[in-house]
Design a protein around this ligand. Structure first.
Ligand code: 9YW
Length: 450
């Protein structure tokens, strides 16, 4: 069987190897997302990576988030990529193509960054980091507590930016202006919205670099997809990355139910930290309010026919009903009534999802194995991603579903026990896919193990 063919490392070797991966990808001030494919810092990767680092060295974990926060735009946005100097030629689109430092007054002049954002998992990471540090000695504890005080206002500004500039419907469903912002780059969630993006004849030419670095181009997005990705960047350049003009002009504007759920969760975590650390009551109240609005908005997207949450294409004025992992967003943040939540949980456990008879492990696949859009080897079109597995497991524990969280952790460890720390895995065979030695995979494995 597929399982018998897989090597399974014992826990202590797996942990040692995970630590080695994080060490190997560490440039000193940041851990690159992956050794070759992604030689920079990605925003939500940095959040998960800091959780893994906290198990090894709390000071280093704090430094990771400090590096990201140092790249925060003056308006509050945390950029989706912080570019390392050395890696600039290795990855496309790099800082020249984004040109944020030349085109936007809000962008930092150094380090250079991209001009979009990613899901706000950072407060979740800070909360977890503090928890881990408090299990250590007084120095770890003081380091983490000092960091919470230092980072809280910046994280608050980041959340406020999302609430103020990314809620075009005014109901709490936060929008992305690029599939990259969702963190699920080529998910079939975005296919219909991308179909409405028409790259102009004046799209400046470019050369992809990612294809040289994966064994099989079929695991990566297609060229037609890349043209659209780059066209959206071009549109943003033309309005100087002004947040409201971007929302007004982008040919891609989609209410992202998964990002909104992460936001709602992160707002609550940040509010909890704010209460504990005596941050301004008005700001704590604002966070609670955004969390509530987010949860309500997520619940309101649920398709009465399937029970799954949906994204909202604001340009087309249409719901997006593709069966992807985002359909389970309400399980992350709550907000459903009991009956609806029970239905969604049984869908999750059922044969179209985690209970699919062909799956090697029961982590949530990125796309339903029962859907026509399912491609088991292709990126966000079917593979299981350890990092989203961690997020669901953590949320289940927070929601009080201890047994479900524990099952999730065991299944995640089983998937990752080959020690390859792949970016994503074939859900039917467990074959490691995409980049190997991916930092956030190593990080979540460390957290699962410790
Ligand atoms: C790209 C770094 C990033 C993740 C995203 C993932 C992928 C980058 O890698 O996107 O160039 O395709 O989709 O979520 O942050 O790990």
């Amino acid at each position: 069987t597929a399982r018998a063919a897989r090597r399974e490392l014992p826990s202590h070797l797996l942990a040692a190897r995970a630590a080695y991966v994080l060490r190997g990808n560490d440039t000193g001030t940041l851990v690159t997302a992956a050794p070759r494919l992604y030689p920079h810092m990605w925003s939500w990767d940095a959040a998960f990576i800091s959780i893994g680092l906290a198990h090894l060295d709390v000071g280093r974990a704090v430094a990771e988030l400090d590096t990201l926060l140092a790249a925060q735009w003056s308006g509050g946005m945390l950029p989706h990529i912080v570019f390392t100097e050395g890696g600039a030629d290795e990855y496309f689109p790099g800082p020249d193509r984004w040109g944020t430092h030349e085109l936007s007054r809000q962008a930092p002049r150094g380090p250079l960054t991209s001009g979009i954002c990613q899901p706000p998992a950072h407060a979740i990471a800070v909360g977890r980091l503090l928890e881990i540090a408090r299990r250590g000695g007084p120095v770890d504890r003081a380091t983490a507590e000092d960091f919470v005080r230092r980072s809280w206002p910046k994280l608050y500004a980041w959340h406020r930016w999302l609430a103020e500039h990314r809620d075009p419907g005014g109901d709490g469903l936060l929008a992305v202006v690029h599939g990259w912002e969702s963190g699920m780059d080529n998910s079939p969630r975005w296919d219909s919205a991308y179909a409405g993006v028409r790259p102009g004849a004046d799209l400046p030419p470019y050369v992809r670099r990612d294809l040289r670095l994966v064994a099989d181009a079929g695991m990566r997005p297609s060229d037609a997809e890349y043209d659209r990705y780059l066209w959206l960047v071009e549109e943003m350049r033309r309005v100087g990355y002004d947040p409201d003009r971007v929302v007004a002009t982008s040919s891609f504007l989609v209410g992202d139910v998964f990002l909104t759920a992460v936001f709602a969760l992160a707002c609550d975590v940040l509010a909890d930290l704010g209460e504990e650390f005596g941050e301004p009551a008005t700001q704590v109240t604002a966070l609670r309010d955004w969390a509530r609005r987010g949860r309500t908005a997520v619940a309101a997207t649920v398709d009465p026919a399937t029970g799954l949450a949906r994204d909202r294409d604001f340009r087309a004025g249409a719901w997006i009903g593709t069966r992807t992992i985002a359909g389970f967003a309400p399980l992350l943040c709550g907000g459903l009534d009991r009956a609806a939540e029970r239905t969604l949980l049984s869908t999750l456990d059922g044969p179209d999802w985690c209970g699919h008879p062909g799956l090697l492990t029961s982590l949530v696949p990125s796309t339903s194995p029962a859907d026509d859009a399912f491609r088991p080897r292709q990126y966000w079109r079917g593979p299981q991603w350890p990092v989203t597995g961690w997020l669901f497991g953590w949320a289940f524990a927070r929601r009080g579903w201890a047994e479900r969280a524990e099952r999730h952790r065991a299944q995640g460890l089983l998937l990752c026990s080959d020690g390859a720390f792949a970016e994503y895995y074939h859900p039917l065979t467990g074959e490691p896919l995409g980049s190997l030695d991916q930092s956030w995979t190593a990080a979540v494995v460390l957290d699962w193990l410790c």
